[in-house]
Design a binder for this molecule. Structure first.
Ligand SMILES: Nc1ncnc2c1ncn2[C@@H]1O[C@H](COP(=O)(O)OP(=O)(O)OP(=O)(O)O)[C@@H](O)[C@H]1O
Length: 753
C-alpha cells in the first residue's frame, strides 16, 4: 500500500478524470443516438410481469441495457450539470478469487445511470443495479470481494477529490488510499437550502432499506437525523428503476408535512434521474385545494379524530340550506303538494342507496312515488311519466337536489346551531368547529385538517356532475361575474379532475374563448373569501402504485384515511419517529393507519445513527426529550465539532438585539443556512433579521419538521413547548435541526436587556 502525498493524490485524480472523460464522451454519443433508439430502448425496458412482484435478475439486466440506450440521457445530463454533482461518483477495486474466467482484478465504476461503450462493456453501472450493491454493502468484516471503495467528488464533469475506504487489512502494493472517509467528508460539508442525494455515501444498513422488496409496507423508523427521509427517497428511485412500468405507470406519491418540506426535498429525486414522482404536502393532497394554515390544537383534535366521520355522514344528508322546502305542481290536471316532511322522506330514501351527487334520477323517482300516493287516479305509469317530464318538477329538482361541492357542504358547519343539531360532538367542540368555518369564510383560507374532511365528504357525496350552463348554483354565478373582468365569457362546470375545461368554450360567433382554467385563476385572485374557498375543480382520489409517507407520526386518523383512498392497491414506505409526534391520540392514529395498509405484508428497518447533528447538539436535544419521554428512540450521533450549543438569556425587551448578535456570530461560524426558529409571539419582531444575509431565515417550529440547517438560533424554547400541539416533542424537533452550530436564546424577566 502506498502513502498519500499531494502528488499522489493529484495522480489519482488525473487517472479518475480520464475515465470520467470517457464516460461523458460515451454519453454524448448516446444522446445523439437517443432519438433513434428511444422506441427500442423503452421496448426493452418493458417486462412481461403483470406489475406485482419484485424484479428478477434478468429483468433488471434488461433495464440496465435500456439505460445504456438512454433515451433520457441528454435530459438527465442537463439536470446533473445543473446540480453540479457528478454522474460518476464511485469506484470499486475488486479481487475475484478462485479459478474461472472472472478470476483476478476488476475495476467497477458506479454512477447515477448506467453507460456502456461501443463494445457493450460497462463504463459505469447504475447505483441501483445488483452489480453496484457491494459499493454499499461491503464492510471490512464482509468485504464481498472489494479491496478498496473509492468515492469520487466531482463538480460537473471535473473530478475534484477522492476519498477511500479500505476493506481488507493487507491490500496489494499498488492500491493507494486517499482521504479520511467519504462519509465524514460529506457530513462536515455545509448543507445549503435543499436536501442533497446521498448516493455516493449510502451506508450498509440504509442500503438494505432502499433495496427491500417492493411489495407490502416498508416501515423506516429511527430518531432525528438518522437519514429516514433521504433513505426513503432513494428507495422511491430504486423502485422506479427496478419496476419502471409499474411505478412510473401507476405513479409514486410522496407526502410530507408542509410546503417547506416538499420544497426542501424536491431536488433529490431529479438528481437521481427520476422526475415522475408526485410530491405533496398534507395541505395539497386533494387536487384543487391548497391549505397551509393550521388549526389551534383543540380544533385540530376534533377535525382529525375519526369521530368527525359520523358528523360528516349526517352533514352529507342535510338539505341544502337555501333549497326550496316544498313542491307544489299540477301534473295531468292534479294538484300535488309535497311538504317538508315528504321531502325529508324522499331524501333519506334516495341516500340509502345512492351517492347524493349522482342520484338526480333517483330523486325524481322518489318524488314521483310520493306524488302518486297523493293522486292515486288513473294509470300509475302514465302519471309518473308526466310527473317526470314536467318542467316545473325539473326546475324544482334542479334546485332541491343540485350537486353540492364537498367544500360548500363543509362550510355549512359555520352554522353552530346546525353543528349542535347533528350531535356527535360536545357543545364546546361545536363552537370550535363553527368558529373555524366562520373564520374561513372571513379570510378565504382552508386549514390543513380541512383537506382530509373535504376528501371524506367527496367520497360520501360522489363527484360533482355537470349542470347545463343555465343551471348554475348561486356561488358559481358569483364566480362568473368575477371571472368576466378577466375576459372570460363563459364557464363550464366540470365534474372531476383538476382545473380542466369540460370542452372548448365558444363565444357567440363560435370562437374559442378563455376557459375554466383562467376562471380558476380569477377565482383564486378574488377578494371574496367564499369564492376563493370554492375556487378550482376538486379532484377525486387519484390512486398510486406506491405511497411514501414521511413524518408519519404526525398524521391524524382522518389524514390516514385520506391517504388510504389513494393507496388502496399500493405498496407503501412509511417513515416516522414517535418521539417527534405532534398528534396526541397515537392509538387512534395507529388504528387508522392499519386500516389504510390493509392486509399488506410489513417489514421494518430501524436507523440508529444520527448523521445530521454534531454530537454536542444532539446530546442537548436528547437530554430534553428523555426527561419527558424516557423511552424515546435515541440515535448515536457520529460527528463531533468541539462546540457545545450556546445558551443565552436576555430581557424580553432585548430579544431582537440579542438575536441579532447571536445570528451575526453564527453567520461567522458556518458557510450555509442559519435559521431563527421562533414561536408566534416573537416571529414578527424577528422577521427583520432576515435582512442580515440571504442565508438567514425566520421560521416557525412546526414548519421545520423534516428540514435541516447549518446553524439554528432557537428563540424562547418554553414558549415553543407552550404553543405547540406536541409540546416538548415539538421542541425536540426544533433542537435537532442544526448540523453544525446551535444557540438557544431564552427571554427571562429581570435579565439584563
Ligand atoms: N449515508 C449518508 N451519507 C451522507 N449524508 C447522510 C447519509 N445519511 C443521512 N445523511 C444526511 O443526514 C441528514 C439527515 O437525514 P434525514 O433528513 O433523511 O433524516 P431523518 O431521519 O428524516 O430526520 P428527521 O426525523 O429529524 O427529520 C441529511 O442531511 C442527510 O443527507
Amino acid at each position: 500500500m502506498s502513502t498519500t502525498t499531494n502528488d499522489l493524490v493529484e495522480a489519482e485524480i488525473a487517472a479518475e478524470q480520464e475515465h470520467v472523460d470517457r464516460v461523458y464522451a460515451e454519453l454524448a454519443k448516446a444522446a445523439q443516438r437517443a432519438e433513434l433508439v428511444h422506441a427500442e430502448g423503452m421496448q426493452r425496458g418493458q417486462t412481461d410481469r403483470r406489475g406485482t412482484g419484485d424484479p428478477r435478475e434478468e429483468e433488471l439486466a434488461g433495464l440496465f441495457e435500456r439505460d445504456a440506450l438512454v433515451y433520457s440521457a441528454s435530459k438527465r445530463r442537463a439536470s446533473l450539470e445543473h446540480q453540479h454533482e457528478g454522474l460518476v461518483f464511485g469506484r470499486l477495486d475488486l479481487e475475484h478469487t478462485g479459478g474461472g474466467p472472472a478470476a483476478g482484478r476488476e475495476i467497477r465504476y458506479v454512477g447515477r445511470l448506467g453507460v456502456r461503450d461501443d463494445d457493450y462493456e460497462p463504463l459505469v453501472v447504475d447505483w441501483r443495479a445488483p452489480a453496484a450493491a457491494p459499493f454499499y454493502r461491503a464492510t471490512p468484516v464482509d468485504p464481498q470481494g472489494v479491496i478498496r471503495r473509492r468515492v469520487l467528488r466531482c463538480q460537473g464533469e471535473r473530478v475534484v477529490g477522492v476519498e477511500d475506504d479500505l476493506m481488507v487489512a493487507d491490500p496489494p502494493e499498488d492500491i493507494v488510499v486517499v482521504g479520511d472517509g467519504a462519509l465524514m467528508a460529506a457530513l462536515t460539508r455545509s448543507r445549503g437550502t435543499r436536501m442533497r442525494d446521498i448516493v455516493a455515501t449510502i451506508q450498509q444498513h440504509q442500503d438494505e432499506a432502499i433495496r427491500a422488496p417492493a411489495r407490502g409496507v416498508t416501515e423506516i423508523t429511527g430518531g432525528p437525523g438518522t437519514g429516514k427521509t433521504v433513505v426513503a427517497l432513494h428507495r422511491a428511485a430504486y423502485l422506479l428503476y427496478s419496476d419502471r412500468r409499474r411505478y412510473e405507470g401507476g405513479g409514486v406519491l410522496v407526502v410530507g408535512p408542509s410546503a417547506a418540506y416538499t420544497a426542501y426535498i424536491e431536488r433529490v429525486l431529479p438528481s437521481l434521474g427520476e422526475d415522475s414522482v408526485v410530491l405533496r404536502s398534507l395541505g395539497d393532497v386533494v387536487a384543487g385545494m391548497t391549505a397551509t394554515r393550521l388549526d389551534p390544537p383543540a380544533t385540530a383534535a376534533v377535525k382529525g379524530s375519526l369521530r368527525i366521520r359520523q358528523l360528516l355522514a349526517r352533514l352529507s344528508r342535510e338539505p341544502i340550506p337555501d333549497a326550496p322546502t316544498q313542491l307544489r305542481v299540477f301534473v295531468g290536471g292534479h294538484a300535488v303538494r309535497l311538504t317538508e316532511e315528504h321531502l325529508r322522506r324522499a331524501r333519506s330514501q334516495v341516500l340509502r342507496h345512492h351517492h347524493r351527487n349522482t342520484s338526480y334520477d333517483a330523486a325524481v323517482d322518489a318524488l314521483a312515488a310520493l306524488a302518486w300516493e297523493q293522486v292515486q287516479h288513473g294509470e300509475r305509469a302514465e302519471f309518473v311519466d308526466r310527473f317526470t317530464d314536467s318542467s316545473d318538477v325539473e326546475a324544482f329538482v334542479r334546485q332541491w337536489w343540485r350537486p353540492v361541492d364537498p367544500r360548500e357542504v363543509l362550510l355549512w358547519l359555520a352554522d353552530e346551531q346546525l353543528v349542535r343539531r347533528l350531535g356527535v360532538v360536545s357543545a364546546d367542540e361545536a363552537r370550535l368547529l363553527a368558529e373555524s368555518y366562520q373564520r374561513a369564510l372571513e379570510d378565504g383560507e382552508w386549514t390543513v385538517a380541512d383537506v382530509a374532511l373535504v376528501d371524506d365528504l367527496h367520497a360520501r357525496l360522489g363527484p360533482v356532475v355537470d349542470l347545463p350552463s343555465e343551471e348554475r348554483g348561486f356561488y358559481e354565478i358569483e364566480e362568473l361575474d368575477d371571472a368576466s373582468q378577466y375576459g372570460v365569457a363563459a364557464i363550464r362546470l366540470g365534474s372531476e379532475g383538476a382545473a380542466r375545461p369540460a370542452g372548448p368554450v365558444l363565444d357567440e360567433d363560435g370562437n374559442p374563448v378563455a376557459v375554466a382554467v383562467e376562471a380558476t385563476a380569477s377565482q383564486r385572485l378574488s377578494r371574496d373569501p367564499r369564492t376563493r374557498l370554492l375556487a378550482g375543480r376538486l379532484g377525486g382520489a387519484e390512486e398510486y402504485a406506491h405511497v411514501l409517507v414521511d413524518e408519519a407520526q404526525d398524521l391524524s386518523p382522518m389524514q390516514w384515511r385520506m391517504l388510504g383512498r389513494r393507496g388502496r392497491w399500493a405498496s407503501w414506505t412509511v417513515v416516522g419517529d414517535l418521539a417527534q409526534a405532534s398528534w396526541d391520540d397515537l392509538e387512534e392514529s395507529a388504528r387508522a393507519r392499519e386500516e389504510a395498509f390493509g392486509s399488506n405484508v410489513r417489514r421494518s428497518f430501524h436507523m440508529d445513527t444520527n448523521y445530521r447533528n454534531a454530537r454536542e447538539i444532539f446530546d442537548h436535544a436528547a437530554a430534553v426529550i428523555q426527561e419527558h419521554v424516557p423511552d424515546a428512540d435515541i440515535p448515536r450521533a457520529v460527528r463531533e465539532t468541539g462546540h457545545l450549543p450556546e445558551e443565552l438569556t436576555c430581557a424580553p425587551e432585548g430579544v431582537v438585539e440579542a438575536a441579532r448578535e447571536a445570528v451575526d456570530d453564527l453567520l461567522g461560524e458556518v458557510d450555509g443556512s442559519v435559521a431563527i426558529i421562533a414561536p408566534a409571539a416573537w416571529r414578527e419582531q424577528l422577521s427583520g433579521l432576515e435582512a442580515l444575509a440571504d442565508r438567514v431565515l425566520v421560521i416557525d417550529p412546526l414548519s421545520t419538521k423534516g428540514l435541516e440547517y447549518d446553524a439554528t438560533l432557537v428563540v424562547d424554547p418554553d414558549e415553543i413547548v407552550a404553543e405547540s400541539p406536541g409540546g416538548v416533542r415539538a421542541l425536540y424537533v426544533v433542537l435537532t435541526r442544526a448540523a453544525h452550530r446551535m444557540t438557544v436564546l431564552r427571554p427571562v424577566d429581570g435579565a439584563r436587556a
